[in-house]
Design a protein around this ligand. Structure first.
Ligand SMILES: Nc1ncnc2c1ncn2[C@@H]1O[C@H](COP(=O)(O)OP(=O)(O)OP(=O)(O)O)[C@@H](O)[C@H]1O
Ligand SMILES: [Mg+2]
Length: 352
């Protein structure tokens, strides 16, 4: 009876700690937090001003004493203290919004492939100091595959390409394990920077990151699909005069700007297919691969991958939430899915 009561009170939490966006899943409730991974700090009084959406609005617009910080780089914690504050802020928000204090939860967090022991420990420590009772880690492409309901535990090739903000991760999964994979530091943010560089060189125009991201989302088109050519008016600072300047950018120009990065992503996908055992490759030709993460929606990318690999490409529905949906499924069905989790780091396995 008492045990039942405590089980009800203790909500487990899943987290997708992304370079661009952080999402929280609470057991029995679903996705509760979905906000940018940004924290704004007032350095004069060393205090947090805002977190998430509110902090993101400040990016590129802050006076010198306010810093808008993105505490993750390429999916890895680069500022421990700020990540910890961000996690605590979101957990407090969940407590407030669900009008309940739950006991120290079990937290499952998605982490990049190829994460080092030190980086893993940092994620575990952040969760423990934010109030977790136990922390478990899951590789994000694995979570994403579970999120789109690929039958990862079967003896079948399941392929996922997760194109996020800070990294692109490609994995082939069979029998609950990753058989072939590759992780690249080239993803959404790099594409934004490519657009910034291109516009600076061609037009002597300095664009802000948010404008570049908007250009990518609205008019990027990686294949030459003429009927889909679009234009967009953009404003930045003229590097010669220092004054505001407006130009019209075409999707062909955006394609040229991001071509190098897109080519690297495509050849990494080919590499992974080439390194996959033949029996599994034949499954992939039949079942296709799933493209997920925010970058899955770049126009023409699915067709381009198909042309390069001959493997059908399926764009995940609601591609920005596949990782958290997968982590959520593990949160709800911990016992039957715990084999897909990573073991705790050496030091933290001692504490438990
Ligand atoms: N419709 C769209 N078209 C192209 N890019 C998009 C679109 N929507 C979002 N993005 C890009 O997707 C990226 C964010 O994706 P996502 O939330 O999956 O990344 P993340 O999980 O935070 O990062 P990571 O997994 O790399 O640590 C951003 O770079 C954003 O600009
Ligand atoms: Mg991600």
């Amino acid at each position: 009876m008492l045990k039942n009561f405590f089980t009800k009170m203790s909500k487990d939490i899943g987290v997708d700690l992304g370079t661009s966006n952080t999402l929280f899943y609470v057991s029995g409730k679903g996705i509760i937090v979905n906000e940018p991974s940004v924290v704004a700090i007032n350095t004069r009084i060393d205090q947090i001003l805002s977190v998430g959406d509110d902090a993101r609005r400040m990016l590129g617009k802050t006076p010198p004493h306010i810093l808008a910080i993105k505490p993750l780089r390429h999916g890895v914690i680069s500022d421990f203290e700020i990540t910890e504050k961000m996690m605590k802020y979101f957990i407090d928000k969940i407590h407030k919004e669900s009008f309940s204090m739950f006991f120290r939860p079990r937290i499952i967090i998605g982490v990049p492939l190829d994460i080092t022991e030190v980086e893993r420990k940092a994620v575990e420590d952040v969760a423990l100091s934010a109030g977790a009772k136990e922390v478990y880690l899951i590789e994000q492409p694995m979570a994403s595959a579970i999120g789109v309901r690929l039958p990862i535990q079967e003896a079948n090739g399941n392929m996922i390409v997760e194109l996020g903000g800070g990294k692109t991760e490609i994995a082939v999964i069979s029998l609950g394990g990753i058989v072939a994979s590759k992780s690249l530091k080239i993803a959404g943010e790099k594409l934004d920077n490519d657009i910034i560089d291109y516009v600076r060189e061609k037009y002597n125009l300095f664009l802000g990151e948010k404008t570049a991201e908007n250009v990518k989302i609205k008019i990027a088109n990686v294949l030459q699909i003429e009927s889909k050519t679009q234009k967009m008016k953009i404003r930045g600072r003229n590097l010669l005069t220092g004054l505001p300047k407006e130009i019209v950018l075409k999707s062909e120009e955006v394609r040229e700007a991001i071509k190098k990065s897109i080519d690297i992503i495509i050849s990494a996908i080919k590499d992974v297919v080439e390194n996959t055992p033949p029996e599994l490759v034949s499954d992939l030709y039949q079942r296709g691969m799933v493209l997920s993460g925010g970058g899955a929606n770049i126009l023409g990318l699915d067709k381009m991958i198909y042309e390069a690999t001959q493997i059908p490409v399926i764009i995940a529905d609601d591609s920005l939430t596949t990782v958290i949906r997968g982590v959520g499924i593990v949160v709800e069905d911990f016992d039957s899915l715990k084999e897909v989790l990573l073991p705790p780091t050496f030091e933290n396995s001692y504490k438990k």
